[in-house]
Structure formats: structure tokens, C-alpha cells
Ligand binder design. Structure first.
Ligand code: NAD
Length: 351
């Protein structure tokens, strides 16, 4: 079959090296002269280190970033940004912190410099969202894409193994679905395959030896690739299921991705053989779905939805939500098959 694709390359400046946080002041000066530094309460100290590095260019720290970006936090942070007359944001933390910076950027039209400390990949996408009255709204907007990203593996050394593993598998999930995306293209598929390879080899080391800088660097490299492909092409059934489960049962984001991924891959195996071949090859295993499940076990991650708070009685509701307005998916979406997938994921069965 001859090639056919449309690809829009997202612009961003990437500074990647061990110790790269040292360049924060120089890099921030490219975007503005008065920055609001954003973090979660738990990472306040890191945010204060940014203030020290920025000196006069730091206006204040806003340390109230939270999972799912509540609308009330967005309004409060926007009011602070206006009152302080900042002209850029520095977001240091995981997807939740970067998510709040994106919401501020959307309303205030401010450029973002992102310093990720997890493997979520949000720092290189134009996808943003917020939660209002229990409903998560997600959209794409070029204004929210961070202009500069500083990747410094040293900042991830303290990410606990129990957070690192699922966060890294969340990045693998972006790569996996990019390989069978409706809008897949050859360059993005290369990045996706390389992302799976980098994360597959580095995550077991990261979990066993969290302070191994080389393994952390490799995992962050894979996370960057995961974010790039997430921002570039559409996702499929796996992301739809995780969105549904996270929203309906308030399940933790990265853990839900980790548990569901092997089952979503098994669901799509027959319909996307070339993607399966590339996933398995990148992991160095015979079967993509089983290889992903075994990787989760080796990371000591949860493998059953029942263990992260999903009630068994919620399976039918999840089937209904997941089959309503489904995303594109290589295998047809059938309620009975989705139910079987969810039962297997709930029980933690090896695919
Ligand atoms: P998170 O940002 O919620 O971080 C999890 C916890 O780890 C937080 O308490 C945080 O303070 C802490 N933490 C972060 N880095 C640490 C470090 N280096 N050391 C110690 N503790 C650290 O989790 P996440 O998985 O990074 O992000 C999840 C959120 O990001 C979800 O809301 C998800 O929807 C969103 N997301 C968005 C995109 C996008 O493109 N917009 C992509 C992926 C995820």
C-alpha cells in the first residue's frame, strides 16, 4: 500500500541533559521577564529552588496544583497571575502541575516553560483540560503547548518506584496507541517504537535502582517520545477506557493506564498485526500484550482494577460509557468484547 498521511509538527524547544535545571534563568529569559512558578504543595521546595535560580525574574510561587485541574484552582491562579503582572509561567512537576500551567496559559495567553518530573508527557502536547462539577473537559489549543521544556533526569531521582513504574507505563501507552492510530505516520511510528524500547529497558532499572541517573535519563527520553506521539496523532480504545474509568470511578491516572494497557493491546492484536510486531520487538518479547503484562509485574505495579478502587458493579456502567461515542479503534468496538476486556482487567488476568 502506498503511503498516505498528514502530519503537523508541533514546535517546542527541548533542553535535555543531566543538570539542565541550571539553565532555567537563561531559558526563561527567552520567554519573559517575570515568571509565576507553579508546583503542587508536595514540590514546593523544588519550586523555591526555581525562584532562587530565577532571582529577579521570579514573581512568586503558586503551589496549589492538583490532579484533574479543578476550575476553582484555575480561576485563583489566573487572578494571581494578573495581579502579579507576570508574563510567563514556569511549571515544575508532573502532569497535574503542567496541566494547571496550561489552563493559565489558555486564559492569560502566557508562554510556558515546563520542567517535567514524571513521565506523563504533557509537557510536549497542546492538550489541556480542567474539571468542573465532576466533569473533565479536554481540548487542544496551540497557546497551551509549552514553548520550552527542560528535561533534567536529576529531578526524577526522588520519584518513588511506585509512582515511576505506572508513570512510565502511561508513556508506553501513548507510544502503543500511536502505532495503530488512525492518523499514524512513519516518523511518529519510529518515535513510538523507540519510546517503547527506551522505557521497556529503563523502567525495571528505575524501579530497582531509583537513583541510577543513566536509567532515569533513558526513561525520561522515552517519556519525551511518548509525549511527542501523544501530541501528534490520535489515540484509540485504551485512552478512551482510561478516560472513562478515571472519570466515572475517580481511579488514579497512571495506575489505570498501567492495568488496562495489556488488555487493550490484546483486544487490538488481530486487527493491528504490524503494530503488535513493533511493540513486541521493542520490548524484546514474543507477544505484545503478554510482554506488557509481564513488564507490569516486573515493576511491582498493580495489575487488577479491583485493587485500585474499581467496584465490580461498575463494569457494566464502564461498558456503556466506553461504547458511547467511541474513539477510532483498529478492532471494532463490541459491547460484549469490551465487557470481557474489563472483566479481565478487573480481575488482573494475564492476557
Ligand atoms: P501528578 O502530576 O499528579 O504527580 C503525582 C504526584 O507525584 C504528585 O503528588 C506530585 O507532587 C508528585 N511528584 C511529581 N514529581 C515528583 C518527583 N520527581 N519526586 C517526588 N514526587 C513527585 O501525576 P502525573 O501522572 O505526572 O500526571 C497526571 C495528570 O496529567 C492527569 O491529570 C492527566 O490527565 C494529565 N496528563 C495530561 C497530558 C496532556 O497531554 N495534557 C498527558 C498525560 C497526562
Amino acid at each position: 500500500m502506498s503511503l498516505r498521511f498528514t502530519y503537523e509538527c508541533l514546535p517546542s524547544r527541548i533542553v535535555f541533559r543531566t543538570g539542565a535545571l541550571d539553565e532555567l534563568a537563561i531559558e526563561t529569559a527567552r520567554l519573559g521577564s517575570r515568571a509565576l512558578v507553579i508546583s503542587t504543595p508536595g514540590q514546593r521546595r523544588l519550586a523555591e529552588r526555581c525562584v532562587e535560580l530565577l532571582g529577579q525574574k521570579a514573581a512568586a510561587v503558586y503551589d496549589k496544583a492538583k490532579m484533574h485541574t479543578p476550575g476553582v484552582a484555575v480561576r485563583e491562579a489566573c487572578a494571581d497571575a494578573q495581579q502579579l503582572q507576570v508574563d510567563c509561567c514556569v511549571a515544575i512537576g508532573g502532569g497535574s502541575t503542567i496541566g494547571l500551567a496550561k489552563a493559565i496559559a489558555f486564559h492569560q495567553k502566557l508562554p510556558i516553560l515546563a520542567v517535567p518530573t514524571t513521565y506523563s508527557g504533557s509537557e510536549v502536547t497542546s492538550i489541556w483540560g480542567y474539571t468542573e462539577n465532576g466533569i473533565k473537559h479536554v481540548a487542544k489549543d496551540a497557546h497551551v503547548q509549552p514553548r520550552t521544556v527542560i528535561y533534567d533526569p536529576l529531578l526524577t531521582l526522588g520519584l518513588p518506584p511506585g509512582v515511576s513504574g505506572p508513570s512510565g507505563v502511561n508513556a508506553i501507552a501513548h507510544c502503543v496507541e500511536a502505532l495503530y492510530s488512525e492518523s499514524a505516520n512513519p516518523l511518529v511510528s519510529l518515535m513510538a517504537e523507540e519510546g517503547i524500547r527506551a522505557l521497556g529497558r529503563s523502567l525495571p532499572k528505575v524501579v530497582n535502582e531509583p537513583r541510577d541517573v543513566e536509567a532515569r535519563s533513558d526513561a525520561l527520553y522515552g517519556a519525551w517520545l511518548g509525549g511527542c506521539v501523544l501530541g501528534a496523532v490520535g489515540m484509540a480504545l485504551h485512552h478512551k477506557l482510561c478516560h472513562v474509568l478515571g472519570g466515572a470511578f475517580n481511579l488514579p491516572h497512571a495506575e489505570t493506564h498501567t492495568i488496562v494497557l495489556p488488555h487493550a493491546v490484546a483486544y487490538n492484536a488481530a486487527a493491528a498485526p504490524e503494530a503488535m510486531r513493533r511493540i513486541a520487538g521493542a520490548l524484546g518479547v514474543d507477544d505484545a500484550a503478554r510482554g506488557l503484562f509481564d513488564l507490569n509485574l516486573s515493576l511491582g505495579a498493580w495489575v487488577a482494577l479491583k485493587d485500585i478502587g474499581m467496584p465490580e458493579s461498575g463494569i457494566d456502567q464502564a461498558v456503556e460509557l466506553a461504547t458511547k461515542n467511541p474513539y477510532y479503534n483498529p478492532a471494532p468496538i463490541r459491547a460484549d468484547a469490551i465487557r470481557e476486556l474489563l472483566v479481565n482487567a478487573w480481575e488482573g488476568k494475564r492476557p
